[in-house]
Design a protein around this ligand. Structure first.
Ligand code: GDP
Ligand code: IMO
Ligand code: MG
Length: 425
């Protein structure tokens, strides 16, 4: 196992941070390949709870090189805040690199994100309002400002002035928002950030990644968000603006698919979603509220309550197919401890027929009703179990069902937020 991609199989927050941290001690390099500080990856080390938004979750191991790849969008103020938090906790953060090709989130991206959400009213995506979508729009429109541009004042100034003219017009004349952007003051602010992060910046991080692969080093690609939030393969338009799926790793870190050995899908034992959009197995009230309470299901980035629901096998098999999962890390199994009966969605009913392929249009998805099988719960606490053989028989049966729906074996089972609460198979 040399190159492993870690990917969320649902709507994000599956526990990718915990699993990345867990595997990082045996890695040489951990790379974030897409998204930005819309992500919130939690790593619990004894009494310390770290919520990483931009920095790869391998950062706690000084000998692991951590890379923010070309596919990530970077808010430099957030990045600096994160570095500072880690440093005050005793992590030197000398093992971080940032791609010069990564795009920079500017103040107008955040304002546009808010203005566009406001305009959508009932159809709101419920974005994190971190400017992620508008920054990716500029990237693909070829208006974007990249980290490397911050070190070329002429390039930066002309790109910024050009953008400010357009964005001021849009925000004021179209969205009716009062803005007061000034080229000089924004430049000064961002040149300050550029100075502060300079020691981490590399011209293009793909060389680091490819050299490591060539030398047979062990690499972990840490996906953010999840398959169902993928702009192509998720519940469009209720998605994020990047490709969290495994193939996105090659683009967002700049290496060949030939190099990939393992694709580990992180699978929460039930399903959560933050923000708007369809969620067939959502449970409103009742058990849904219990899962939120037991699983502390509140956003690591925005603090919003997460919507909770039963495990969705249709979503699981869609994720297994799109990502080519080679194994699964099932997380938060302990959250189901108290349930007497547990439902698992094995198909959808659509226009009187059972379907197992995930509908790509939300208009069809909205007409789908989950078809459930019910399984008995185990009703005992498993958060101290570290050996598979000591799991209750009903927990094993539940895991078998998940693996069957994914058509992939389970290699890790997480039974608590802390590092030690893990069962390796
Ligand atoms: P990520 O975005 O995929 O990294 O996931 P988040 O960090 O946003 O959300 C996962 C939450 O569940 C965090 O608060 C983790 O500390 C916590 N967590 C992770 N694994 C487990 C587990 O197995 N059991 C429990 N109870 N909590 C877990
Ligand atoms: P991690 O990496 C859960 C959701 C937002 C919203 C949609 C679009 O921690 O799993 P955006 O700000 O990206 O334009 O918002 O995507 N979203 C996430 N939900 N976990 C995340 O990241 C998310 N990142 C974005 O709530 O519905
Ligand atoms: Mg998260």
């Amino acid at each position: 196992m040399t190159v492993t991609i870690i990917v969320g199989t649902q709507w994000g927050d599956e526990g990718k941070g915990k699993i990345t941290d867990l595997l990082s001690r045996d890695m040489d390099m951990v790379v974030r390949y897409q998204g930005g500080n819309n992500a919130g990856h939690t790593v619990v080390i004894k009494e310390d709870v770290f919520k990483l938004h931009l920095i790869p979750s391998g950062i706690f191991f000084a000998n692991v090189q951590c890379v923010i790849g070309n596919g990530v969008v970077v808010d430099p103020a957030v990045l600096l805040g994160e570095i500072e938090t880690l440093q005050t906790k005793g992590f030197a953060v000398n093992n971080l690199n940032i791609s010069g090709q990564a795009h920079v989130i500017m103040p107008y991206h955040k304002d546009l994100d808010k203005a566009q959400e406001k305009r959508k009213e009932a159809g709101r995506i419920g974005t994190t309002c971190r400017g992620i979508g508008p920054c990716y729009v500029d990237k693909y429109s070829r208006y974007g400002i990249r980290i490397a541009d911050l070190y070329n004042q002429n390039v930066f100034k002309s790109a910024l002035a050009w953008n400010l003219e357009e964005k001021t017009f849009l925000l004021e004349k179209f969205y009716g928002m009062k803005v007061d952007y000034n080229v000089e003051s924004i430049m000064e602010e961002y040149l300050g950030y550029a100075h502060a992060i300079k020691k981490y910046v590399v011209e293009e991080s793909s060389s680091l990644v490819n050299n490591a692969i060539k030398k047979g080093k062990k690499l972990l690609l840490e996906g953010a968000q999840g398959t169902m939030l993928d702009v192509d393969h998720g519940t469009y338009p209720f998605v994020t603006s990047s490709n969290p799926v495994s193939s996105g790793a090659c683009v967002g870190a700049g290496f060949s698919p030939k190099a990939v050995n393992d694709i580990l899908g992180v699978v929460k034992a039930y399903v959560t979603r933050v923000g708007g959009g369809p969620f067939p197995t959502e449970i409103e009230g009742g058990v849904g509220d219990k899962l939120r309470e037991w699983g502390h299901e509140y956003g690591a980035t925005t603090g919003r309550p997460r919507r909770c629901g039963w495990f969705d096998g249709v979503v699981m098999s869609h994720a297994a197919k799109i990502n080519g999962l080679t194994s699964l890390a099932v997380t938060k199994l302990d959250v189901l401890d108290k349930l007497e009966r547990i439902k698992v969605c094995v198909a959808y009913e659509y226009q009187g027929k059972e379907i197992k392929d995930f509908p790509t249009e939300i208009y069809r998805l909205e007409q789908c009703k989950p078809v459930y099988v019910e399984m008995p719960g185990w009703q005992e606490s498993i958060d101290k179990v570290t050996d598979y053989k000591y799991l209750p028989a009903n927990a094993k049966k539940y895991l078998d069902k998940l693996a069957e729906l994914a058509e992939a074996p389970i290699s890790l089972i997480s039974v608590g937020a802390e590092r030690g609460q893990i069962i390796r198979i």
